[in-house]
Design a protein around this ligand. Structure first.
Ligand code: NAP
Ligand code: ZN
Length: 353
């Protein structure tokens, strides 16, 4: 077995603390990745904090991983030792259903094996995430990182990036379109950069007055205080598409009002409380309210390559693994600009075991 260490929460709402565990021995198709960087996604915080769902503990969160290949199995052809590699939200799936065969492993009928909080399909062991020193993964579920991207700033692309890229592509966001991004956090700020690179006109809706200048610097054409109903109303019926990345309860209906007829709002944020929908918000104007969940492996590679060409990465605050609880406390208060990334590159081991 591969010995590993990380930071785990042992129960809902608990602080994360040092934890030792084992990963499966690398098989013929596996690589062992020494983790250099891991982003802290709001979903990690939801997992640790959401008392209502029956989550599995202990948990080591982390699904925005960039590292270096330390070991390759005998049949590995995609990666070489020393190569920079990324791991996102899923590490396996059934591989035979229509969704998997069509490159939509994120919608696998058996549900994909997530990077943490589930069980490894081969060994049956619990899966632990990227706030740790290494990961054992089948090469087919790992992603190549373009050389043009800073490795630490690229880590958040593995969840935040693909989560916004996939719907932007599916709804063909591009020139001549006016789109809205609600919430300027980890997902939101990458969505602004991508939508701008795709040629759309972007309006950002933020509840944080202090984010205005940043939003403009990321490429937004317009910044609307989401708490100001008059400002919001000025965009009534004008948007072709909205990405909603808000992590907390909020009013969907006010944003649906801003869509043009037959346009779509895509929900990405996972409010821990149910959101209420007024039927007339979508009936009038034949509007669509949809959801989207990360993306497939090929699409994640496509997204990283897109970011490599357009030099899109996250704005990050680096911190050592020992300060992960400080990051969680600040994330809870919406005090992050715009993604925390745990920096394990200076441990000198590159996750070696
Ligand atoms: P984040 O960095 O914390 O950003 C969330 C943003 O929501 C905040 O920056 C804030 O933006 C806004 N917000 C927070 N509380 C609010 C409130 N009470 N009222 C109004 N706005 C509020 O989180 P993230 O990592 O981007 O994740 C966002 C959500 O997406 C989370 O729920 C996460 O679990 C979910 N997620 C979903 C997927 C998927 O596949 N669907 C993947 C990853 C994450 P402003 O300061 O600009 O208002
Ligand atoms: Zn995530």
């Amino acid at each position: 077995m591969v010995r590993s260490t990380g930071y785990a929460a042992h129960s809902s709402g608990a602080l994360l603390e040092p934890f030792s565990f084992e990963r499966r021995d690398p098989g013929d198709h596996d690589i062992v990745v020494g983790i250099l960087y891991c982003g802290i996604c709001h979903s990690d915080l939801h997992y640790v904090e959401d008392h209502k769902r029956n989550r599995r503990f202990p948990v080591i969160p982390g699904h925005e991983i960039v590292g270096v290949v330390n070991v390759v199995g005998s049949s590995v052809s995609k990666f070489r030792i020393g190569e920079v590699v990324a791991i996102g939200c899923m590490i396996d799936s059934c591989r035979v259903c229509n969704k998997c065969l069509g490159g939509r492993e994120n919608m696998c009928v058996e549900r994909p094996t997530l990077t943490y909080g589930g069980f490894d399909r081969l060994s049956g062991r619990p899966n632990f995430g990227g706030y740790s020193n290494n990961y054992v993964i089948d090469e087919n579920y790992a992603i190549r990182v373009p050389e043009s991207l800073d490795k630490a700033c690229a880590a958040p692309l593995l969840c935040a990036g693909i989560t916004v890229y996939s719907p932007l592509r599916r709804w063909k966001v591009g020139p001549g379109q006016r789109i809205g991004v609600v919430g300027l956090g980890g997902l939101g700020h990458i969505a602004v950069k991508m939508a701008r690179a795709m040629g759309a006109e972007v309006a950002v809706f933020t509840s944080s007055l202090g984010k205005r200048d940043d939003a403009l610097a990321f490429g937004a054409h317009q910044v609307v205080m989401s708490t100001d109903s008059a400002q919001r109303a000025s965009l009534k019926g004008s948007l072709n598409f909205i990405l909603d990345t808000v992590s907390a309860p909020h009013d969907l209906n006010t944003y649906l009002d801003l869509l043009q007829p037959e346009a779509t709002m895509c929900l990405l944020g996972v409010s821990p409380e149910p959101l209420s929908l007024s039927p007339m918000s979508i009936i009038l104007g034949h509007k669509a309210l949809v959801g989207s969940n990360i993306g497939g492996i090929a699409e994640t590679q496509e997204m990283l390559d897109f970011c490599g060409r357009h030099l899109i990465t996250a704005e990050i605050e680096r911190l050592p693994l020992e300060q992960v609880n400080v990051a969680y406390e600040r994330l809870r208060r919406n005090d992050v600009r715009y993604r925390f990334v745990i920096d394990m590159s200076k441990t000198g081991t590159n996750g070696a075991f």
